[in-house]
Design a protein around this ligand. Structure first.
Ligand SMILES: [Fe+2]
Ligand SMILES: [Fe+2]
Length: 194
């Protein structure tokens, strides 16, 4: 006979479990859409332009994924990725990074960004010399994509917000970025697509 009368202690602790559940529900929604909605403040034309570039490159990497079985298409898309990234890294290195450096608490963030650019450019140069049929072509594009994703996340979540908090003249820098980008795009347009 079961003598063990289980005295179920009536714990009347109504936890806020339901609250936590709803919070985690929204957090688990897709990461890519969260990225896209990141703020591009109108008062800050500098990071706004740079973030538009980031979105354009993300789109190109997605197109590359879809073209996996078509070597000619892959190469054409990579050429576009190359041009976008070459211009973007150049305007950041020539204008944005030096202009922001004196306004940041720690310069590590700029130094790391520069090192990441160098690694990405090295991979881009290797790809530029390869044929899309090369068995390592896709692997290199994938690694480049992952490097860029990591870099973009750091810029948008750490670097750019620091700049916005500072007294950096983002309007003037934005104008410089825009002018230089147009100049470089015009220059590269012909040669990059040959
Ligand atoms: Fe960037
Ligand atoms: Fe960058």
């Amino acid at each position: 006979m079961a003598t063990g009368t289980q005295t179920s202690t009536t714990k009347k602790s109504k936890s806020s479990a339901t609250k936590a559940k709803t919070a985690s529900k929204s957090a688990s929604s897709s990461k890519s859409t969260a990225k896209k909605t990141s703020t591009t403040p109108k008062s800050d034309p500098a990071t706004r332009l740079l973030m538009q570039d980031h979105r354009a490159v993300e789109k190109l990497f997605k197109q590359y994924e879809k073209a996996k079985e078509k070597p000619a298409e892959k190469q054409a898309i990579f050429q576009q990725i190359y041009m976008e990234l070459a211009v973007h890294t150049q305007i950041e290195e020539e204008i944005f990074y030096p202009a922001s450096r004196p306004h940041l608490d720690e310069e590590d963030i700029v130094n790391e960004a520069e090192v990441e650019h160098a690694s990405a450019k090295d991979l881009m140069a290797q790809l530029q010399k390869m044929k899309p049929e090369d068995p390592y072509y896709d692997a290199k594009v994938t690694v480049l994509k992952e490097m860029i994703e990591h870099h973009v996340e750091e810029e948008e979540k750490e670097y750019f917000p620091e700049c916005r908090k500072s007294d950096m003249d983002l309007k003037a820098v934005g104008e410089q970025l825009k002018a230089r980008k147009e100049e470089l795009m015009a220059k590269m347009g012909g040669s990059a697509l040959q």
